[in-house]
Write a new protein. Structure first.
Length: 476
């Protein structure tokens, strides 16, 4: 029996369930189809479905009463509404009633695939629990915030204060620090945990499509808009919307987002009707928003709207002692996932991880541990293995740089980004070069910070802060 998502299709037309089955025949999905309201109620009472797809108009509009029934479920499965009426009003009424998405009939395969995949993703993110575990008592199969450093204890306190409140939260931290995990923890411990958790990565969607993703569009709004489509804000009405990489929004979308936050209303692309929504916003970014504001790249008024409450996630280099805990957690997790025997790691190997800059933070450590486990073949993971894996992403030592090494390093970074091992490699490269510059300047000046900072065009305070950030000793 499949262990994937379970879909309930409620429609008198058997062709709808057949179309869904054909579209997802290769996927691990269980589909149950019913054609009457009584059958639908019986299936819904079983509480076994992750997604409900229903024709709103069948049996003289009984789909709306079934939608209300679904809304009372805990957790609430996403409800995808179908309708012969393809106009804007039908979509608005469906979403107002609580539908996750709206698809007009006849159903386009692309719309069907998109809606179901988004619903599956929403259901998965909402149902996968996030544990907070400062005592190293790991829960099997549960995403966990691991660490008992002072920096992480501050994060846990902030989570406790903010989760139960309806305020907008801005999560800040470098790439790979676990911002989405914290967003899910806020959602799951919040007052809307029984509602959907909608996510969108603002950096992952082309700029010309992002407005439609956020706010939806009307039929004929642009070439290819063959039907009305609701956006993430409508999907998150009464629920929670996570805007990842908010710093990547262009000025036009920043203005539209500000209007939604201020007035709780917006218009679809190509539309004229005002749509009112009640959305709890959680946003995240790795970008220096204050600097972007001073350079004119980010709206100051939007920043203050988003920055009602802030959680700052520390980089691994500021989490003293947590690398050993995280390494143990990942070894245990991946051993179980990959069906491998429990594997040890030497103290020297852990020390090597602790001394590394790990610009990709927890995500990079996770990938290094997984690769080390696969290479170990059951033997203890040693320092040599860790050296080899870190050497694939860390820059070469400054005193051994050969012609072309920077180019090779850049090629490696881009390859790691393409394979999913690293994100935001521009920032990774900049930090690596910056760390080497600080180190070289200190060596050349025999530890004279005044000279070193002057050579780099930095103030003494900025130089010290950068040296501290990269773990470079300045007392020489």
């Amino acid at each position: 029996m499949t262990s994937g998502p379970a879909l309930l299709v409620i429609d008198p037309d058997p062709g709808v369930a057949s179309a869904i089955g054909s579209a997802f025949k290769e996927a691990d999905i269980r589909i149950t189809s019913v054609s009457s309201g009584d059958e639908a109620i019986e299936e819904l009472d079983s509480g076994e479905f992750d997604i409900v797809i229903c024709d709103l108009a069948f049996e003289e509009g009984r789909g709306f009463s079934l939608l209300k029934k679904v809304q009372k479920a805990t957790p609430q499965p996403p409800f995808i509404a179908l309708s012969e009426l393809a106009d804007s009003r039908s979509a608005i009424e469906a979403v107002k009633a609580g539908a996750f998405d709206f698809i007009p009939k006849p159903i386009a395969a692309s719309d069907l695939n998109r809606a179901i995949n988004e619903a599956i993703d929403c259901s998965r993110r909402a149902s996968e629990p996030v544990a907070i575990d400062p005592r190293n008592e790991f829960n099997d199969g549960v995403d966990t915030l691991v660490g008992n450093s002072r920096a992480m204890l501050d994060v846990y306190k902030a989570l406790g204060r903010l989760s139960a409140t309806p305020v907008t939260v801005l999560i800040r931290g470098e790439t790979g620090t676990g911002k989405e995990l914290v967003a899910r923890a806020i959602y799951q411990h919040g007052h809307r945990a029984h509602k959907p958790f909608i996510t969108i990565n603002c950096a992952a969607i082309p700029e010309n499509l992002l407005e439609s993703e956020l706010f939806g569009h009307e039929k004929g709004a642009f070439t290819g808009a063959v039907a009305t489509r609701i956006g993430k804000f409508e999907q998150a009405n009464g629920a929670t919307l996570f805007l990842d990489e908010i710093g990547d929004l262009n000025h036009s979308l920043q203005a539209k987002l500000l209007r939604v936050l201020q007035q709780k209303r917006f218009q679809r692309v190509g539309g004229s009707e005002e749509i009112q929504v009640d959305v709890r916003i959680i946003a995240a970014t790795h970008r220096p928003l204050e600097k972007m504001i001073s350079e004119g790249d980010f709206r100051e008024d939007l920043f203050y709207r988003l920055n009602v409450a802030t959680i700052k996630l520390p980089p691994l280099r500021d989490r003293t002692g947590d690398i050993q805990l995280l390494t143990g957690f990942f070894l245990k997790r991946f051993s179980e996932e990959l069906n491998l025997p429990p594997t040890a790691i030497t103290r020297n190997a852990v020390s090597r991880l602790e001394s590394s800059r790990l610009p990709g933070n927890v995500r990079q450590l996770q990938n290094v541990v997984r690769k080390a486990l696969l290479r170990s073949r059951g033997y203890a993971i040693d320092r040599e293995t860790i050296d080899d894996l870190l050497g694939e992403t860390e820059p070469p030592e400054q005193n051994s740089v050969e012609t072309g090494s920077v180019e090779r390093y850049c090629h490696q970074l881009v390859a790691d980004a393409a394979s999913g091992m690293l994100e935001n490699v521009h920032q990774v490269a900049v930090e690596c070069v910056e760390a080497n510059l600080v180190e070289c300047a200190l060596e050349k000046s025999d530890g004279n910070i005044s000279k070193a900072s002057k050579w780099l065009g930095l103030s003494r305070l900025t130089f010290r802060e950068k040296a501290k950030r990269y773990g470079i000793v300045t007392d020489r």
